[in-house]
Design a protein around this ligand. Structure first.
Ligand SMILES: C[S@@+](CC[C@H](N)C(=O)[O-])C[C@H]1O[C@@H](n2cnc3c(N)ncnc32)[C@H](O)[C@@H]1O
Ligand code: SF4
Length: 402
């Protein structure tokens, strides 16, 4: 028995299954895409042939492996991410949902999200996903400008994306879509126009990411050659501020740096990450965080798709790393995640999770500088970043954590 399984066996009590206010999520990674977008450093791969039956069985096997480790905890969210999970057959999605429901008790309002690309072929599968039990669709629209879509290497047009958004609304009670902004040459006026169009089609949730140049991507090479000029810091800040202002006025304030929702429409799955709750991660490269016998464990699966598949077929899982986090690592992770949220880090949850009071965990001088500078706020509820602090969170965290 692994160390984790042993601690579970020792601590598994009788009575109702454990529930945590931050929720307990299950993440399933589908690592395939039709093509690789030049900005993307997610674990996504292009393959001409995928033996879907083998993949579906292997993902199910990893779920079984982790269910034995976690014991009976109430699952509050299930997330199919990628890669492009909308390339999966609805039957595979249905089989995985059924397995999750058989392995764990699930909340009555279980959130089941699937990430989809808005091409017409994928939209053709929406009805099948809804019938399988998916109740939230997150679409990778990325831009509402055909030239920008071509620059981002996307396979859909604006018209196709908007048709997919409208179709999604008919099939799923909750929908969201992603846009990438602060693109080379993007003006404030054109972004405001694009955002207004997005708001006309958005329901309760939008994810708005500033373009980042990730190492080892095609954009990183183009940037190094000088072929791409990223917006100056000042311009990027103006785009960010306009985004906050327009979304707030539309009733979709930021609940996290890049995520906006009407109250109650937040992604429960992502809230579990940011509140530093527990989640199981299966599929190539997936990460998990599990609290077992009072200790927080980090898990990570093999990243390369073929190696992952072979491992699972041989051993029942492809866990590459499973290690207990020190109180120091736990403190850092919880602050890094929680300060992304508008609600910040709860005093009570921090004590429960990290075993120390917030004040004890923070260096007094640094905290005083950051609160005095108007970047952080510490009160009876806990610690949170102000709007100015969230805008430059990396610098704030660098200073806070040293
Ligand atoms: C896993 S990806 C989305 C999945 C889906 N395959 C798609 O592309 O629509 C999650 C989101 O991260 C955002 N993203 C990925 N790389 C990014 C980058 N370098 N800069 C900004 N946003 C990025 C995109 O908006 C993307 O939709
Ligand atoms: S952005 Fe989405 S579709 Fe593009 S390569 Fe990354 S995961 Fe695949």
């Amino acid at each position: 028995m692994s160390a984790v399984a042993q601690s579970v066996a020792e601590t598994r009590g009788v009575g109702a299954p454990a529930r945590d206010a931050a929720g307990f999520g299950v993440y399933v990674h589908w690592p395939f895409c039709l093509s690789k977008c030049p900005y993307c450093d997610f674990n996504s791969h292009v393959r001409t042939r995928i033996e879907e039956g083998r993949w579906s069985a292997a993902l199910t096997a990893e779920l079984e492996h982790y269910a034995a480790e976690t014991g009976a905890r109430v699952v509050t969210s299930l997330f199919f991410g990628g890669g492009t999970p909308s390339l999966m057959a609805p039957e595979s999605v249905a089989a995985i949902i059924a397995r999750v429901k058989a392995l764990w008790p699930t909340a009555a309002d279980l959130e089941i999200t699937l990430e989809a690309n808005p091409t017409s072929v994928e939209a053709g599968r929406f009805a099948g996903y809804a019938a399988a039990g998916v109740n939230r669709l997150s679409l990778g629209v990325q831009a509402l400008d055909d030239t920008a879509l071509a620059f981002l290497g996307r396979r859909h047009s604006v018209a196709e994306a908007l048709a997919a958004v409208e179709l999604a609304v008919l099939h799923f009670p909750r929908t969201s879509f992603d846009l990438i902004y602060a693109r080379p040459g993007q003006t404030l006026a054109s972004w405001r126009k694009e955002l207004a169009a997005a708001l006309a089609h958005a329901r309760g949730h939008l994810s708005l990411y500033q373009l980042t140049i990730e190492p080892a991507t095609a954009f990183a090479e183009a940037y190094a050659r000088g072929d791409i000029a990223m917006p100056e810091e000042e311009n990027a800040a103006a785009l960010y501020e306009a985004t906050q202002e327009m979304l707030e006025a539309a009733g979709l304030p930021a609940y996290e740096i890049s995520n906006h929702a009407a109250p109650g429409e937040e992604s429960r799955h992502n809230l579990t990450y940011w509140r530093y709750g527990d989640y199981v991660g299966v599929g190539p490269g997936a990460h998990g965080r599990l609290t077992i016998a009072g200790e927080k464990w980090a898990t990570r699966q093999h990243r390369a798709p073929e190696a992952w598949l072979e491992r699972v077929e041989q051993d029942g899982h492809a866990t590459r790393q499973q290690l207990a986090l020190s109180p120091e690592e736990c403190r850092e992770e919880m602050l890094m995640m929680g300060l992304r949220l508008a609600e910040g880090v709860s005093r009570e949850r921090f004590l429960k999770t990290c075993g120390m009071a917030l004040e004890t965990a923070l260096e007094r001088e640094r905290l005083a500088q950051l609160t005095g500078g108007g970047f952080l706020l510490l009160d009876a509820r806990g610690l949170r970043a102000t709007a100015a602090g969230r805008q430059r969170l990396n610098a704030v965290l660098g200073m806070l954590l040293g």
